[in-house]
Design a protein around this ligand. Structure first.
Ligand code: PAF
Length: 313
């Protein structure tokens, strides 16, 4: 199968490497220095499933061939522009995987893709919850620091995107990426958002790897954000008990202990973070129900501005 990965960040690069290793024809678009490194030496994966893999790397979407499927792995704040570019390039819609963190992702893609392509993209759009930890170490080098999975809506439940979902299930599993099918993807999206709402801001603000959240004072700070996020989830119709939310958080923190969260990686590079799609969205949903979340409001304010880059990972 011909797979186009749009967005050669940590997750896009890792998935491109795994799919290329499984024999798929993979083209990956990204920044010039990362693309140059991949062209020279391939993608070097460190950690879990280490090795060097050789997808085709491109800086321009117009150089990519027509794909059978797309992995749209750009950050949430670049999704609409990337969707519009895809629509303009191909005037068609493909099975498209959306593994972003956060809530409210599909609308960012659907409108721009429909407008630019003239096609209804909904049967192809496949939302995924991703807990596979990936870090971009330097151009051409990505680390999988721990284990995780991709959660998809069970295609057996039917629906307009069932065949696109089944296609990704097969491709990802044969690339050795663990896939779990669920009936209630919305709940799983909230489950992941609760975890991100606790891990990402605390690790980004204190510049610590995920594993430090097992210790004070980070543990308490993460748990306070978790409790607030649970209130927003509950108001939105998704109830998570304290025990369940704590168990989820601890499981992910332990499984990704050495990982630097995506928000921390962005902050270290002086780039915008996904705080708006995670904590910002939690805040908006809570506010719509008249609920104030002071700790969440504070981290959104502190992380909304892009800090100067201090170190490169
Ligand atoms: O955003 C991230 O970094 C990841 O979603 C996770 C699971 C928190 C691991 O670092």
């Amino acid at each position: 199968m011909r797979i186009l990965v749009v967005g050669a960040g940590a997750v896009g690069s890792l998935f491109a490497a795994r799919l290329a290793a499984a024999g798929e024809t993979v083209e990956l678009t990204g920044r010039a220095e990362h693309v140059a490194a991949i062209r020279n030496r391939g993608i070097e994966v460190l950690g879990t499933g280490a090795g060097t893999f050789r997808p085709t790397a491109l800086t321009r979407l117009e150089d990519a061939q027509t794909p059978d499927a797309v992995l749209l792995t750009v950050k949430t704040f670049h999704l609409s522009a990337a969707a519009a570019e895809l629509g303009r390039r191909y005037r068609a819609a493909f099975p498209t995987l959306l593994p972003q963190n956060g809530l409210g992702v599909e609308p960012l893609v659907e409108g721009p893709l429909r407008e630019a392509s003239g096609v209804d993209p909904r049967p192809g759009l496949v939302r995924a919850v991703n807990t596979i930890p990936a870090t971009l170490v330097r151009p051409g080098v990505v680390r999988q620091a721990g284990t995780g999975e991709l959660v998809l809506r069970d295609p057996a439940d039917g629906g307009p995107n069932a065949s696109a979902t089944a296609l990704f299930e097969r491709a990802l599993e044969s690339a050795g990426l663990s896939v779990r099918l669920v009936h209630d993807l919305e709940r799983e999206l909230w489950r992941k958002v609760l975890v991100n709402a606790a891990i990402n801001p605390v690790t980004a603000l204190h510049r610590v790897p995920n594993g430090r959240l097992l210790e004070p004072p980070y543990r308490e700070e993460a748990q306070a954000l978790l409790r607030e996020a649970q209130r927003a989830a509950s108001a939105d119709g998704f109830e998570f008990s304290d025990a369940e939310a704590d168990r989820d958080l601890e499981r992910v923190v332990r499984a990704t202990a050495e990982n630097r969260s995506s928000m921390l990686q962005d902050r270290e590079r002086g780039r915008p973070t996904e705080v708006d799609a995670i904590s910002g969205e939690i805040l908006r949903r809570a506010e719509a129900h008249g609920i104030d979340l002071p700790r969440t409001r504070s981290v959104v304010r502190r992380l909304a501005s892009v800090p100067p880059a201090t170190e490169a990972t």
